[in-house]
Ligand binder design. Structure first.
Ligand code: DGL
Length: 274
């Protein structure tokens, strides 16, 4: 690999979810340049086949490599579950790759090795069974996963501060699958946006874990180990690209980064950008 510290970090998700991870990375590593791709034209990934999600992920990672990224962060659990191995075999010799699942699994092993673990995620992530499999390799076997697919739609539609989201969160978290858990993994990068409702529901009786800072720390330690942290004086630039324009994307980006964000539409699957 012939990578330079000044190259940007690429980050992608189906929509606004990965912005929660991108924001954590920008706070932890303010001098890194970031290129974010939100594949809003194909959202939601959670209801698509693993093969479709793999194809989208391969296309986006190729695009981010063309943008000269030194690292691509798969800031989407569904894509991490369906596509990470394919991305490693296609790009792993040329760029660094980070997913959102492995750092979380390591974190749970370190901090909650004997816990009863609940997971909420998209259908795609739950059906792939990648969390139970990886946790079992760390001897954590009391793991209970529930698909909560409606949450992504509410969040993408801008309902993250709406009483309807609170009700839906309560409905899902009351399911028998999640009874008596000690820890809940938010295994979808959209969910930190409604983490307040989830924490309110549990009233501190359950530890609610999200992958934003945990993934950002994994990004930092990998870049640091390889002496690839950007040491430029000025703050990093942030470039946001979407495959289709959505109001929610613009709204959340501005919420995290302030008014001055430049949002570009570029559907990489279309020959002409329309
Ligand atoms: N944010 C994504 C995840 O972490 C998926 C949302 C979706 O497109 O269904 O799984």
């Amino acid at each position: 690999m012939n990578l330079q510290a000044q190259q940007p970090i690429g980050i992608f998700d189906s929509g606004i979810g990965g912005l929660t991870v991108a924001h954590a990375i920008s706070r932890l590593l303010p001098h890194e340049n970031l290129v974010y791709y939100g594949d809003t034209a194909h959202l939601p990934y959670g209801d698509k086949s693993a093969e479709a999600v793999r194809q989208f992920s391969l296309g986006i990672t190729k695009f981010l490599e063309e943008q000269n990224c030194k690292m691509v962060v798969v800031a989407c659990n569904t894509a991490s579950a369906a596509a990470f191995e394919a991305l490693q075999s296609e790009f792993g010799e040329r760029i660094l790759l980070v997913n959102v699942i492995d750092p979380m699994v390591d974190y749970v092993q370190q901090h909650y090795p004997t816990a009863k673990v609940g997971i909420i995620a998209t259908k795609g992530t739950v059906n792939a069974r990648v969390y139970p499999r990886k946790l079992a390799l760390k001897d954590i076997t009391d793991v209970h996963a529930l698909a909560t697919p409606l949450l992504v739609h509410l969040i993408e539609e801008g309902f993250s501060k709406h009483a309807g989201s609170k009700l839906l969160v309560e409905e899902y978290l009351n399911q028998a699958t999640l009874k008596d858990i000690d820890v809940l993994i938010l295994a979808c990068t959209h969910y930190p946006i409604i983490k307040g409702y989830i924490e309110d529901f549990y009233q501190k009786k359950v530890e609610v874990l999200d992958s934003t800072l945990i993934t950002a720390e994994a990004v930092k330690s990998q870049l640091k180990n390889l002496s690839l942290l950007n040491t430029q004086q000025e703050l990093g630039t942030h470039h946001f690209i979407v495959s289709d324009y959505t109001a929610a994307f613009e709204q959340i980006t501005k919420l995290f980064w302030g008014e001055a964000v430049a949002l570009e539409k570029n559907n990489i699957w279309e020959k002409e950008n329309i």
